[in-house]
Design a protein around this ligand. Structure first.
Ligand code: SF4
Length: 341
C-alpha cells in the first residue's frame, strides 16, 4: 500500500466512493485498458450522472455509448440492474456484499470492489492483475482458468488484506499487478518484493500465471448485405438471439459454414432468405479478404456485399444518418465510416 500511495495513477473514478460510479467504472474496465476506459467513463457519466438517469434511459442510447467496448451484455445487464434498483431499492445502491453480488451482471470481482471501496467491507478482489502478481510472488501453479483457481487466489488475497483499509488494499494489489508486475517485462529490478518473489528468484517470471490451454477458437463466417436503393438508405435489423452483440443493430446477415462461397451460391442463399421477394441489379463484394475480429472464444470472418436493388417494397429502409445513431458492432461501424464517408 505504501507503493500504491506513491505510484497510483490518478483516475477519475479514484476520486469518488459513490457506489453507482464505482460500479460503472468496474464494469467498464473489465476487458478494457484503464486509459481507454477513462474516455468512455467520462462520456457515460456525463450523460448518466446517477442511477436514476441510467434507469430511465432508452436501451439504444446506453448501447450506443458502450459501442467499441465490446461484451455488450455488460451494458444490457448494467441497464437492467439500474432499473431494478430504481424500482425496488428506491434508486439506492445496497450496502451489503450479499445484496450486491446478487444483482444481475455483478460477479464476485465487481461486488468485492464495490463493497470494499465504498463500504469498507473486507472482500478481496481477484482480477487478472491479482492472479499474475500472487502467482509469481508465491509461485502458485494452479491454472488460473480452472474452476478452483478463483477460490484459492481469493483465500490468499484475503490472508494478505489490510482489514482496516480493504478498499485501498484491493486497489493497491490490482494497480501493482497492472503497472509494476506487468504481463510483459515486469519491473522486477526495482520491485519492493524481489527478495522474496519465487518467480523472480527462479527466473520463471514468464511461466506465471499458469494457464490451461483453451480449446480452439470457434470460426464463424458472416456475410453482411448492404442494400442500396439509390437514396442513401439501407436496411438494418436488430440482433435478438442469445448470441454475441445481442440488441445491437447490423445489416441483414447470412452466416455460412465455410469461408469461400461462389457468387452464384450466395445469390441463391439470398433469394432463399428473402423468399425470392427481392430483385437486385448486382452484387459486389466490398472486401476481397475477410475482416477478422477475434472475440474471447470466437474468430469472426466478415464480408460485406453491396446490393443495388431494383425494387423492394419494405418499410425497413433506414437513412444513413439514422444508421449512424444506432448501436452497432465496431467492425460494422468501421465499415460504415469508410463506406458512407
Ligand atoms: S519481482 Fe517481478 S515478478 Fe516478482 S512481484 Fe516483483 S515485479 Fe512481479
Amino acid at each position: 500500500m505504501e507503493w500504491f500511495y506513491k505510484n497510483k495513477r490518478d483516475f477519475i473514478w479514484r476520486r469518488t466512493k459513490d457506489p453507482y460510479r464505482i460500479w460503472i467504472s468496474e464494469i467498464m474496465l473489465q476487458q478494457t485498458r484503464a486509459s481507454q476506459g477513462q474516455t468512455y467513463y467520462k462520456k457515460f457519466i456525463g450523460i448518466f450522472p446517477d442511477l436514476q438517469t441510467l434507469a430511465l434511459a432508452n436501451q439504444d442510447k446506453v448501447l450506443k455509448l458502450w459501442q467499441g467496448l465490446g461484451y455488450y451484455s455488460r451494458a444490457i445487464n448494467l441497464h437492467s440492474t439500474a432499473r431494478y434498483l430504481y424500482n425496488e431499492y428506491d434508486g439506492k445502491f445496497p450496502k451489503t456484499f450479499n445484496e450486491i453480488i446478487n444483482l444481475k451482471g455483478i460477479g464476485d470481482y465487481t461486488a468485492s470492489a464495490i463493497a470494499s471501496i465504498c463500504f469498507d467491507i473486507p472482500e478481496a478482489v481477484v482480477d487478472g492483475n491479482v492472479y499474475r502478481f500472487l502467482s509469481r510472488f508465491f509461485g502458485i501453479s494452479i491454472p488460473i482458468n480452472t474452476s478452483n483457481a478463483h477460490r484459492e487466489f481469493k483465500k490468499k488475497a484475503t490472508e494478505l488484506m489490510d482489514f482496516n483499509n480493504p478498499g485501498d488494499f484491493n486497489q493497491a494489489i490490482m494497480e501493482f499487478g497492472s503497472i509494476q508486475c506487468k504481463p510483459k517485462n515486469p519491473l522486477c529490478l526495482k520491485c519492493p518484493f524481489n527478495d522474496n518473489c519465487v518467480a523472480y528468484k527462479n527466473q520463471k517470471i514468464d511461466l506465471f500465471p499458469v494457464k490451461k490451454k483453451n480449446s480452439k477458437l470457434k470460426k464463424r463466417y458472416f456475410n453482411y448485405f448492404v442494400f442500396q436503393n439509390g437514396e442513401k438508405k439501407t436496411i438494418v435489423e436488430k440482433r435478438n438471439e442469445n448470441d454475441i452483440w445481442k440488441n445491437l443493430f447490423q445489416f441483414p446477415l447470412l452466416e455460412l459454414p465455410k469461408l469461400n462461397y461462389k457468387k452464384d451460391e450466395l445469390l441463391n442463399q439470398i433469394r432463399l432468405k428473402y423468399n425470392h421477394k427481392i430483385k437486385f441489379e448486382n452484387l459486389q463484394l466490398w472486401n476481397s479478404k475477410p475482416i477478422i475480429q477475434k472475440l474471447s472464444h470466437q474468430k469472426l470472418h466478415i464480408f460485406f456485399w453491396i446490393i443495388n436493388l431494383k425494387k423492394w417494397n419494405t418499410k425497413n429502409w433506414t437513412t444513413v444518418d439514422d444508421l449512424k445513431k444506432l448501436p452497432i458492432p465496431i467492425a460494422l461501424q468501421n465499415f460504415i465510416d469508410n463506406f458512407y464517408n
